[in-house]
Design a protein around this ligand. Structure first.
Ligand SMILES: C[S@@+](CC[C@H](N)C(=O)[O-])C[C@H]1O[C@@H](n2cnc3c(N)ncnc32)[C@H](O)[C@@H]1O
Length: 296
């Protein structure tokens, strides 16, 4: 376990060791590769996330003193908000498969002055925690990327206390909608879907969360949806700009080229489309998410 005031260097060394231990012990036959990577253009998007804009469906369940597990915490901005809500007596364990992003999350959380968060390498398919260790187990935009989302939800349930909460929220790529309907954005969508599926994920996860939770054995499930909208000049510049950068400079871009799904010129054309969309005063984009709050 790492405390947030350990240096990122120490953190990464220990994390690599743990990662080696975990390798080969994941209890699923299928494997998945995280599609987007942790480049600046990707983290620019993830770092905009807060408990308010990404976990509103969970907030009424949170109380000071709870133990909370944040699975696939990424750069930790939602994690920090959740830690404030269960703190100061409550504790948060934040896990991810990437040592690199965990180090950045630890730095961010320390910068917020929080001392009730620890960071560990873990794969959601096989968590290194005892049964019933957490009051709340949360995963935001993670299940769309994993090899076996039903097994992942079973594992999240195992580590939740009986009667505790398992909360998951995922975008649904096919349900994203936008205007104007530029051909480059349609090509972007087709590419995201193709790469994500080839990597073992399910990009249209939002609509499936309820079915996955039922298949994992949950019987008490609240299911909801929520959206992000990008329509003002500032929102369009941010969203269009980060996708223009991501589509040419992220793991998504590398995979698309390596798998022969796109050439660098194709990706540049899609990036230009994103910039045109961002500059259009009529530009509008909505991201639909599915959400489940399931009782363990
Ligand atoms: C889209 S990011 C979401 C990060 C954060 N939850 C947020 O919403 O800002 C997905 C994160 O899940 C992590 N991840 C992918 N597969 C995982 C797995 N099997 N177990 C745990 N984390 C995983 C990735 O490394 C990545 O940081």
């Amino acid at each position: 376990m790492f405390s947030i005031d350990e240096t990122a260097r120490t953190f990464e060394a220990v994390a690599e060791e743990l990662h080696d231990e975990l390798r080969g012990t994941v209890m699923t036959d299928r494997q998945a590769v995280y599609t987007h990577g942790h480049q600046e253009s990707v983290l620019r998007s993830h770092r905009s996330r807060t408990a308010a804009n990404s976990a509103a469906y969970l907030l009424a369940e949170l109380r000071p003193g709870q133990a909370l597990l944040d699975v696939g915490c990424g750069p930790g901005t939602i994690t920090a908000d959740l830690a404030e809500l269960v703190g100061p007596a409550g504790r948060v364990v934040a896990v991810d498969t990437s040592a690199q992003v965990l180090a950045q999350a630890a730095e961010y959380v320390a910068g917020r002055g929080l001392s009730n968060v620890v960071f560990e390498i873990a794969d959601v398919h096989q968590l290194q925690y005892r049964d019933g260790e957490f009051d709340v187990v949360h995963a935001h935009q993670v299940l769309q990327h994993v090899a076996d989302p039903v097994a992942a939800l079973r594992e999240m349930r195992r580590v939740a206390v009986p009667g505790g909460v398992v909360a998951a929220r995922d975008a649904d790529f096919a349900a994203m909608t936008w205007y104007p309907q530029l051909p480059e954005l349609s090509d972007w969508m087709a590419l995201c879907q193709r790469v994500s599926r080839a990597n073992g994920g399910e990009p249209d996860a939002g609509r499936r969360l309820l079915s996955w939770a039922r298949a994992a054995g949950f019987t008490e499930i609240e299911s909801s949806s929520a959206t992000w909208t990008y329509a003002t000049p500032g929102q369009r510049e941010w969203w269009g700009g980060l996708w223009a950068d991501r589509v040419v400079g992220s793991d998504l871009a590398d995979s698309a080229i390596a798998k022969g799904y796109a050439t660098p010129a194709d990706l540049e054309r899609i990036a230009d489309g994103w910039r045109r969309w961002a500059a259009d005063p009529d530009g509008w984009f909505a991201v639909l998410h599915g959400e489940v709050l399931a009782r363990a």
